[in-house]
Design a protein around this ligand. Structure first.
Ligand code: PEP
Length: 258
């Protein structure tokens, strides 16, 4: 059985004090959390206050990005070993804002994925099509290329610590969530892709989560789908109440209760 995963991507939001307050709220509200893996992804500067506020909680700590080298002359960057040292256990790689705003390509993302796994971080690999790619019927081609190139050359041990987040770019931050049916079809496609790239047991074990305008109101229908194993949540993760409701719904429907 795949343990559902809910991630809260705080993006470039919250001061350190606000991040600590939100983390403290989650620690309180998600006390006793079982059978659902929950991680929050603060901005780098807020990792330490969030870590302190989450101390003793089941809520894990993640980073929104990392560099592909472990150390060196890379001004402004943060590496996997630095994140491990700061108590981080998860890293987002290939978020659409990094692909389409910062300009990262599949090769960069592949290197970051391997760097994260080298440091023992669980990777949330984000993939998803732009609106024009969807309109032109290229969703599967785009997603196939993103998944294949990111996982190219990875070992079974590296793949073991990877989750795939299907995040259609047109759904991120727009309030336009994918229908459960559409999301299920693409998740099923991704799982079959992993079956081809790796093998059956890897595909059956890999968590494929949905991202894009997830709210407490729409998570129930999404999580009811066979191949949807959780969610990556942006806007709704900035309020403890909304995020907690999302986690509780997933725990009730697919986990062991929270
Ligand atoms: C995200 O940034 O990964 C995301 C899914 O954002 P939102 O929930 O705000 O659409």
């Amino acid at each position: 059985m795949r343990v559902p995963f809910i991630g809260g991507n705080w993006k470039m939001n919250l001061t350190r004090a606000q991040a600590a307050e939100l983390a403290a709220g989650l620690r309180r509200d998600l006390n006793g959390l079982r059978q659902v893996e929950v991680a929050v992804f603060p901005a780098f500067l807020s990792i330490e206050p969030a870590r302190a506020a989450l101390d003793g909680s089941a809520v894990r700590l993640g980073a929104q990005d990392l560099h592909w080298e472990d150390q060196g002359a890379f001004t402004g960057e943060v590496s996997g070993p630095m994140l491990r040292d700061a108590g981080v256990g998860h890293a987002i790689v290939g978020h659409s804002e990094r692909r389409h705003v910062i300009g990262e390509n599949n090769e960069t993302i592949r290197k970051k994925l391997r760097a994260a796994r080298r440091s023992g971080l669980t990777v949330v690999l984000c993939v998803g099509e732009l609106l024009e790619e969807k309109s032109q019927g290229f969703t599967k081609e785009v997603v196939e290329k993103q998944v294949t190139q990111a996982l190219e050359g990875t070992s079974p041990q590296e793949r073991e610590g990877v989750l795939i987040a299907y995040e259609p770019v047109w759904a991120i931050g727009t309030g336009k969530v994918a229908t459960a049916d559409y999301a299920q079809k693409i998740h099923h496609f991704i799982r079959n892709l992993v079956r081809r790239i790796a093998d059956g047991p890897t595909a059956d074990a890999m968590r494929v989560i949905y991202g894009g305008s997830v709210t407490p109101e729409n998570i129930g229908e999404l999580i009811a789908q066979e191949d949807i194993d959780g969610a990556l949540v942006g806007g709704a993760s900035l309020k403890a109440d909304a995020f907690t409701r999302i986690v509780r719904t997933v725990a009730e429907r697919k986990g062991g209760g929270a």
